[in-house]
Design a protein around this ligand. Structure first.
Ligand code: NAD
Ligand code: WQD
Length: 339
């Protein structure tokens, strides 16, 4: 099976490519390097012994995509490429809708032209907005998004559903990720955000390694056991395995397939900090700060549907996540940049 991975040099894409290659799937990568480093390709090769074919280019260029599809017969596409920073999306909505929504439409047009009708899309728990109840199931209401990033994910989900209504031969899989963290156990690959990290785990790792002074904990007055926000953190390798399960179980089947990819367990900011300190062997300095606008108190997934229909379930715990994140950051203090 030949699978095209858009955004395959990014954080989640790179870990998924490693697991795909190790599962014997021929992996072809497209990335415009807007948020990734070409060094990732060397790391994938070091881990797997195979260097996947890589096409540098932008999914918004139909001519570029046509050329890739004319060179290799692809059976399915996993579509990670897009912009993902919530705060930046508020400042740059045009760029976010262009990359995420328009980019997906160009990709779908090129796929249709080449007769390829199977796509797995990287969606997000953000499409659920502020959930009325937890755990969140796949049939919980969506669309009440609070920022252009989240709205762009929801809009792509709608575009894909309308496409399927127009042509039932498509296989459309929406994977709604909860909070991906962790790194490859080799220490060779991990999350390497450009600039100041927006997310909790890369911020903690950069404080622990001495790149930043302290973590700001955004609010300790939420209606949660310790007052800090609770999320469903999932190890990126479990997430990667979830894509392989989707490729195997549903990507050849026509219709719409929607799954939450989470662990079903909530962890607070202070619990994550304490687990991380255990892993790195020293306390991580922090300060309680006001709530971050737009944050919700708590959110975790119901994992029942993925377990039943994908035969997949997360197996790595919070200690695995903090240990692997720390190994990656301590062995690569400047990420993929060569100093
Ligand atoms: P990432 O930024 O590390 O990876 C995205 C990759 O896509 C990058 O390598 C980037 O260079 C590439 N890219 C961006 N725009 C492109 C374009 N127009 N053409 C070609 N390549 C392009 O992000 P990630 O964390 O790996 O996330 C992957 C996907 O999963 C994204 O769609 C994101 O919205 C979604 N997602 C991420 C999270 C998370 O917390 N990381 C949670 C839910 C969903
Ligand atoms: C987690 C918890 C913060 C940073 C975002 C997107 C979501 C998805 C995943 C893509 C919260 C707290 C954080 C910090 C902190 N991405 N925190 N100090 O907000 O759940 O989800 O990333 O789809 O769409 O919204 O993740 O890692 O930013 O925050 O106290 O410096 O950590 O308040 O409780 P979030 P996060």
């Amino acid at each position: 099976m030949n699978v095209l991975v858009t955004g395959g040099l990014g954080y989640i894409g790179s870990h998924t490519c490693v697991q795909m290659i190790e599962a014997g799937i021929t992996t072809v990568i497209i990335d415009n390097l807007s948020n990734s480093n070409p060094e990732v390709l060397n790391r994938i090769e070091s881990i797997t012994g195979i260097r996947p074919r890589f096409f540098e280019g932008d999914i918004r260029s139909e001519r570029f995509l046509d050329s890739v599809f004319s060179q290799i017969r692809i059976h399915s596409v996993i579509h990670f490429a897009g912009l993902k920073a919530v705060g930046e999306s508020v400042a740059k909505p045009i760029e976010y809708y262009d990359n995420n929504v328009n980019g997906t439409l160009v990709l779908l047009r090129a796929m249709r032209k080449s007769g390829l009708k199977s796509i797995i899309f990287s969606s997000s728990a953000t499409v659920y907005g502020d959930p009325e109840t937890v755990p969140i199931t796949e049939s919980s209401p969506t669309g009440n998004t609070t920022n252009p990033y989240g709205t762009s994910k929801w809009m792509v989900e709608r575009c894909l559903q309308d496409l399927l209504a127009s042509d039932p031969a498509w296989s459309i899989t929406l994977l709604r990720y909860f909070n991906p963290v962790g790194a490859h156990t080799s220490g060779l690959m991990g999350e390497d955000p450009k600039g100041i990290p927006n997310n909790l785990m890369p911020f903690i790792t950069q404080v622990a390694v001495g790149r930043r002074e302290k973590l700001s904990v955004f609010g300790d007055d939420y209606p949660t056991p310790d007052g800090t926000g609770v999320r469903d953190y999932i190890h990126v390798m479990d997430l990667a395995d979830g894509h392989i399960a989707a490729l195997r179980e549903v990507s050849k089947r026509e219709g719409l397939h929607v799954f939450n990819l989470g662990t079903g367990k909530g962890t607070s900011v202070l619990e994550m900090l304490s687990a991380f300190s255990e892993s790195c062997g020293h306390p991580v300095p922090y300060q309680i700060c006001p709530r971050r606008p737009g944050d919700i108190a708590e959110c975790w997934a119901s994992t029942a549907k993925a377990e039943k229909e994908l035969n997949w379930k997360a197996t790595r715990n919070v200690a695995d996540m903090t240990r692997d994140s720390w190994r990656w950051q301590s062995e690569n203090p400047d990420g993929y940049e060569k100093k």
